[in-house]
Ligand binder design. Structure first.
Ligand code: Z5A
Length: 226
């Protein structure tokens, strides 16, 4: 895949309410104003199958075992990668993605306690080796993030998993930002942690700074349009 990939895959990750959707939308706005071709997706979802899986996974009334949950996320991902992400990237499009497999590592391995080797193997099948060009990891405490998410709307099945679960997820994301962890997980690509506790405008400035310093081709376009 990597030899054919001409676009860039930029992933937003972090705990609930970290501001991923907000920041993805803002970066998308900058790209659109600069006339840069881009697509926006979120996980789970982004395809007909993925959207149906999303409903099953988030419905507060559904009961899903940990292994089934992990495999449903993988099925949604496999569909999104092959039907949408790869074709977009191969045509030179910038792809902004709200969550990818770092979320599975945080929620299903650290949160649910599934074996890392099993989840990584299944994920290799789902992504077929697609590595993000950049992951922006928005860091925030689980408590603040949950408060933000609860203020916004009714909680979904995964949000209702309890505080200890969400603290394990927060701790896992903190570990992912270390060089040591990234050295042992090359499938994740470069991960840059950003403090997401400030106002949306402050986080937006951090996002723009990282994106324009990482991707030379976006520096001029975004610098001019920002
Ligand atoms: N999940 C998983 O377990 N395994 C996986 O492999 C994958 C996902 C891919 C998807 O739910 C759930 O699936 C998610 C992880 C799990 N579950 N949980 N729990 P989702 O897509 O519905 O939800 P989400 O990804 O967690 O998104 P979110 O809750 O909407 O969070 P967000 O996108 O990071 O935040 P936001 O929507 O931009 O902002 C949330 C609120 O905070 C909103 O009212 C904003 O106006 C406000 N906000 C945003 N930024 C700020 C700042 N800077 N200050 C103050 N307030 C802010």
């Amino acid at each position: 895949m990597s030899d054919k990939k001409r676009g860039r895959l930029i992933v937003f990750e972090g705990v609930e309410g970290a501001g991923k959707s907000t920041q993805l939308e803002r970066l998308g706005g900058h790209l659109a104003r600069a006339g840069v071709s881009h697509r926006e997706f979120r996980e789970p979802g982004g395809t007909a199958l993925g959207d149906s899986i999303r409903q099953l996974l988030l419905d507060p009334l559904s009961t899903v075992s940990a292994r089934a949950e992990a495999l449903l996320f993988m099925a949604s991902r496999a569909e999104l990668v092959s039907r949408e992400l790869r074709p977009a990237l191969e045509s030179g499009t910038i792809v902004l993605l709200d969550r990818f497999f770092l979320s599975t590592y945080a929620y299903q391995i650290a949160g649910r306690g599934l074996a890392e080797s099993d989840v990584r193997s299944a994920n290799t099948m789902a992504t077929d080796g697609l590595v993000p060009d950049l992951t922006l990891l928005l860091t925030l405490s689980a408590d603040v993030g949950l408060e933000r998410a609860e203020r916004r709307s009714a909680t979904d099945r995964i949000e209702r998993s309890g505080r200890e679960f969400h603290v394990r997820v927060e701790e896992a994301f903190a570990e992912f930002s270390t060089r040591e962890w990234q050295g042992m997980h090359e499938e994740c690509g470069p991960i840059v942690a950003l403090d997401a506790s400030g106002a949306p405008e402050a986080v937006e400035a951090l996002v723009l700074d990282v994106v324009t310093s990482r991707f030379r081709e976006l520096r001029t376009a975004l610098g001019a349009a920002a």
